[in-house]
Design a protein around this ligand. Structure first.
Ligand code: C2E
Ligand code: CA
Ligand code: CA
Length: 268
């Protein structure tokens, strides 16, 4: 309880004090080419030191602070993406994924906020991937669908984060304009010794294929896990085996080292 109060207090000044920053974790294909980054939030609090997002995000959700913070995350990630866009986007690079809290998505004016940030920053919306969770999809289906569709219309993509961990309403999935399922790391962790996880991953991959969605495995830590995933038909990966989340300088270096060719040159 005490810790919560401390975190909540420190959060209120954190944004003004510039205590937050983003890191970018590479997502790669079967050839180890960089296909994207997931933008992850970091908080180095003046009062509390480094606090993990698993600890402070839930508090921002309860207090409503997720709205200003989520907007800051979006603008920061779009600005970085725009910098890469101006440097030239490699052929296989599909852009940056941003975590969207269900509270943030459900907020009135969320769609308008995204549209405004896209146009002010000048980022190509086809390079944006929004990660949402299954829980969001069981709420107000017509409203959620129409908000997603407005963003789809300008080219923004949607991924389901932590897929398989929540109540997976498979029947509903097909109603939403989705692009990708991210297989939760708990299944990857068990792949090598638990064949039930192999069955689950196999099922998710074939379901994704039927629905014409891509599928990305997160939390891949070993070559062995990657190889099992390949045999199960998954060819998109994210995890410590490839790279940890990187600061923007290191991410930039990683992107241009792991790129075959440029298809878009600056400002064209
Ligand atoms: P998530 O979206 O599932 O993010 C993946 C988490 O797994 C990240 O932890 C990442 O650093 C970690 N990870 C990546 N590869 C590996 C691996 O190979 N092994 C292991 N054991 N872990 C790996 P992180 O950055 O601490 O984020 C935790 C959670 O906090 C995220 O889970 C997400 O739910 C939330 N979060 C982070 N940034 C944001 C944000 O900007 N907005 C919102 N709304 N939530 C965020
Ligand atoms: Ca995520
Ligand atoms: Ca996840």
């Amino acid at each position: 309880m005490n810790e919560r109060v401390q975190i909540e207090h420190a959060l209120r000044t954190g944004l003004e004090n510039n205590e937050f920053y983003m890191v970018y974790q590479p997502q790669v294909n079967d050839l180890n080419e960089t296909i994207g980054f997931e933008a992850l939030l970091r908080w180095n609090s003046h009062e509390l030191g480094v606090v993990s997002p698993d600890r402070f995000i839930p508090i921002t959700e309860e207090t409503g602070l997720i709205n200003p913070l989520g907007l800051w995350v979006m603008k920061e990630a779009f600005t970085q993406l725009k910098a890469w866009q101006d440097m030239g986007i490699p052929a296989c690079f599909q852009g940056v994924a941003i975590n969207i809290s269900p509270y943030q998505f459900s907020q009135e004016g969320f769609v308008e906020q995204v549209l405004e940030a896209v146009s002010t920053i000048g980022v190509d919306p086809r390079l944006i991937d929004l990660e949402i969770t299954e829980g969001l999809l069981v709420k107000d289906i017509p409203l959620v669908t129409s908000k997603m569709q407005m963003l789809k219309d300008i080219g923004i993509r949607f991924s389901i984060d932590d897929f398989g961990t929540a109540y997976s309403s498979l029947r509903y999935l097909q109603h939403f304009p989705l692009d990708q399922l991210k297989i939760d790391q708990s299944f990857i962790r068990d792949l090598t010794d638990e064949s039930s996880s192999q069955v689950i991953v196999n099922t998710i991959v074939s379901m994704a294929n039927h629905m014409q969605l891509s599928v990305l495995a997160e939390g891949v830590e070993t070559r062995r896990e990657k190889n099992i995933l390949l045999t199960l038909g998954c060819t998109r990966f994210q995890g410590y085996h490839f790279a940890r989340p990187l600061d923007k300088e290191a991410a930039t270096e990683y992107l241009y080292k792991n790129t075959p060719m440029l298809v878009q040159s600056p400002n064209h």
